[in-house]
Design a protein around this ligand. Structure first.
Ligand SMILES: C[S@@+](CC[C@H](N)C(=O)[O-])C[C@H]1O[C@@H](n2cnc3c(N)ncnc32)[C@H](O)[C@@H]1O
Length: 197
């Protein structure tokens, strides 16, 4: 069953704030810096659209997005944003110059390498991934741990956030020659990876 935090963008945003705490803003500000101005960008798993609404403003980006959750896709449509309902693991991923995936690579475990290759294949220029390497589902704080476990159940499949610094590194071994940026900001829970053609 889908976690209730995915029932409304505001509920989702509230949960994310509690989960990330003081690292909430930095997960976006570091990512903002690697997105080029004036590009064509497809964001997979855009969730509540916060990154688009707050951090891509002024970058003159031709933006589109896709998610498995019809609530998020419909919410984007009401903002006149080009949005598609899709299952990124099983459906075809539309081509775009740049493809972005934030906080959702764990949904592809255990087929993460196959899935990275699939996204990279659909990117004409760059694939940009930002992924949490701190397992909030296993936090010692009861509330955070519960929220983390809830968060993970987006629809079907993966129910734990499992990447660590080490397993994320392993996932990208086949793509080493395409990695142009690997950023581990000290003040963020997410690692940013940019693959280029
Ligand atoms: C943890 S949220 C991340 C959302 C947003 N990118 C962020 O960082 O705040 C995971 C998102 O992935 C979406 N999702 C999960 N599995 C998916 C799939 N197979 N295909 C497309 N979207 C999926 C969920 O609906 C949700 O919006």
């Amino acid at each position: 069953m889908q976690s209730p935090v995915y029932w409304h963008p505001k509920l989702y945003a509230f949960t994310m704030k509690r989960l990330y705490g003081i690292h909430y803003d930095t997960r976006y500000t570091h990512l903002q810096k690697v997105i080029p101005d004036n590009c064509q960008l497809l964001e997979l798993c855009m969730g509540d659209l916060l990154f688009h609404d707050k951090y891509l403003k002024g970058k003159n980006i031709k933006y589109s997005c896709a998610d498995i959750n019809p609530i998020f896709v419909n919410s984007a449509k009401t903002k006149n944003i080009d949005s598609v309902l899709l299952d990124m693991l099983n459906d075809e991923i539309p081509k775009s110059d740049h493809i972005l995936l934030q906080g959702a690579l764990y949904h592809s475990i255990p087929d993460q390498q196959k899935f990275i290759a699939k996204m990279f294949n659909s990117a004409n220029k760059q694939l940009i991934i930002s992924e949490c390497v701190k397992n909030v589902s296993n936090s010692s704080n009861g509330l955070i741990s519960m929220l983390g476990a809830f968060m993970s159940k987006a629809k079907a499949g993966q129910s734990k956030i499992k990447f660590t610094k080490e397993t994320l590194k392993e996932a990208f071994v086949p793509f080493e020659k395409n990695i142009v940026q690997w950023i581990e900001p000290a003040d963020s829970m997410e690692t940013i990876i940019v693959l280029e053609k």
